[in-house]
Design a binder for this molecule. Structure first.
Ligand SMILES: O=C(O)CCC(=O)C(=O)O
Length: 388
C-alpha cells in the first residue's frame, strides 16, 4: 500500500496551498517519503504528477527527428566554405524550429563524462545531503525536486541542481566556490569539474554566437561581443524511473526563456522536440550537443529565429540525466535586436528588456511554457502602463 498519494491528497483537501508555496508540507512528511527514491517504486503516482490528456506523452515513442548534426570542425579552424555551409544549415533550422545538433565541437568528452559521473554521485546522495543546496522560493539556483516546486499541478518527474556561471573575469571561480560553500569539502572536486565544464560551454556558446551572427547577416562579432561577460546558468537534470511513464513528464513542454541552451543527454533517451506540428524523439548521440534557441535570442533576432519547443519523457526502467548550459546576457545588457533585423516589412515585435526582468517573471509569476515570451511581453507592457 502506498501512503504518499494519501498523504498528499489529505494535505490538499485540508490545506489548499496558496500560489507560490511549496506543494507538499515538507515538515509533515517523513524524509524518506519526500524523495523520488521512494516514489519511483510506487505503482500509483500522486495526482499532481499526472498531466492532462492533451499534454500526456505519446503512448508509443514518436518518430525520430532526422537531422544531420552540424560539423563544427571546419568552422572552428576558420575554413570559409565550412563557415558558410554551417551558417546556412543553422539559418534553416532556426527559422523553422530553433533546434540543431553539433559535432566536432572541440569539447573534451572526458570532461563531459566526469560531469555525468559527478551528477550520478550527487543525485544518488540521501535527501538530507542534497537539501544542503535546497533552492529557495523565487531563486533559480540550488537543488530542487517537485516536492519543493512552487506549483501545485503538472509537476515534472525530476530533480535538478542549478548554479550560476559568470564569464566576468572577477568571478572566475564562481562555480567551484558555490559547491564548496553550499555543499562542503566532499563536493569540492565536483565543483572544479563543473567550473571547467561551464568554461568549455561558454566558449562553445561564443563560437555559436559568431555563427548565428553570420547566419543572420549581422556579422560574426555582433552577438559574440554582446555575450562577452555573460551571466549564465548550468543545470544538472536527473529523471528517476517512473512506474507510470505514460501519465507523467520529466519536463513539460516549454521554450527556454534563456538565450541559447547547450544540452548533453546520456544514452537513455527522452528528449522530444515539436517540429511540423508533431513531437519527435531526439536519439541520444554521445558525441553531439543539442542546441536550442531560447526566448531571449528569439527577441534578439526580432522573431526571425524561433524558440525551440521541447519536453522530456521518463521511463520505467532506467533513470536518465542531461546537462543543460543556458547562456544568458550580462544582467545590465539591453535585449534589443540589431537595426539590420528591423525593417518596414519586419517591424519590432518585442519591447526592450533586460534578462533579470524576464528571469524574475519566470521565477515569480509564470512557469515557462510555449507562450512565455508572449506572456512576458503582455506583463511588461501592463507593468509599464501602471508605472507611467
Ligand atoms: O533533459 C532534457 O532532455 C531537457 C531538459 C530541459 O528541457 C531543461 O532543462 O529545460
Amino acid at each position: 500500500m502506498s501512503y504518499v498519494p494519501l498523504l498528499i491528497s489529505h494535505y490538499f483537501t485540508i490545506n489548499k496551498p496558496p500560489h507560490h508555496h511549496p506543494v507538499f508540507n515538507l515538515n509533515r512528511m517523513p524524509s524518506e517519503q519526500r524523495s523520488f527514491s521512494f516514489l519511483q517504486h510506487q505503482s500509483h503516482i500522486p495526482p499532481q504528477f499526472i498531466w492532462p490528456d492533451h499534454e500526456k506523452p505519446c503512448p508509443h515513442p514518436p518518430p525520430r527527428l532526422d537531422v544531420p548534426p552540424i560539423d563544427l570542425g571546419g568552422v572552428l579552424s576558420g575554413d570559409p566554405e565550412a563557415v558558410s555551409n554551417a551558417a546556412r544549415l543553422v539559418d534553416q533550422a532556426c527559422r523553422k524550429h530553433g533546434f540543431f545538433l553539433v559535432v566536432n565541437h572541440d569539447i573534451d568528452m572526458k570532461l563531459v563524462d566526469e560531469v555525468h559521473r559527478g551528477t550520478d554521485f550527487f543525485f544518488g546522495m540521501p535527501l538530507e545531503k542534497k537539501e544542503r543546496a535546497l533552492r529557495k522560493i523565487g531563486d533559480h539556483c540550488g537543488y530542487a525536486s517537485s516536492f519543493t516546486n512552487r506549483f501545485s499541478s503538472k509537476l515534472p518527474w525530476k530533480e535538478t541542481l542549478s548554479f550560476r556561471y559568470s564569464a566576468d573575469r572577477h568571478l572566475s571561480n564562481i562555480v567551484e566556490c558555490y559547491f564548496l560553500d553550499v555543499m562542503g569539502e566532499d563536493y569540492a572536486a565536483f565543483g572544479k569539474v563543473c567550473q571547467r565544464y561551464c568554461e568549455a560551454m561558454n566558449s562553445l556558446c561564443l563560437n555559436l554566437m559568431e555563427l548565428l551572427g553570420i547566419s543572420l547577416g549581422v556579422g560574426g562579432g555582433y552577438f559574440r561581443d554582446f555575450f562577452e561577460g555573460n551571466d549564465s546558468i548550468m543545470r544538472l537534470n536527473y529523471y528517476p524511473t517512473c512506474q507510470k511513464p505514460d501519465l507523467a513528464l520529466g519536463t513539460g513542454p516549454h521554450c527556454d526563456p534563456t538565450t541559447l541552451t547547450i544540452l548533453h543527454q546520456d544514452d537513455v533517451g527522452g528528449l522530444q522536440v515539436y517540429v511540423d506540428e508533431k513531437w519527435h524523439s531526439i536519439t541520444p548521440n554521445p558525441q553531439a550537443f543539442v542546441v536550442n534557441i531560447g526566448d531571449t535570442f528569439m527577441a534578439l533576432s526580432n522573431g526571425i529565429y524561433k524558440g525551440c519547443l521541447h519536453r522530456a519523457v521518463v521511463n520505467s526502467t532506467t533513470p536518465r540525466k542531461s546537462l543543460a548550459f543556458f547562456l544568458c546576457p550580462r544582467m545590465d545588457k539591453i535585449v534589443s535586436p540589431p537595426k539590420e533585423l528591423v525593417s518596414e516589412g519586419n517591424p519590432r515585435i518585442y519591447p526592450d528588456f533586460t534578462w533579470p526582468v524576464l528571469l524574475e517573471f519566470t521565477q515569480k509569476h509564470y512557469r515557462s511554457d510555449m507562450k512565455t515570451l508572449e506572456a512576458f511581453v503582455n506583463w511588461l507592457r501592463q507593468k509599464r502602463i501602471h508605472s507611467s
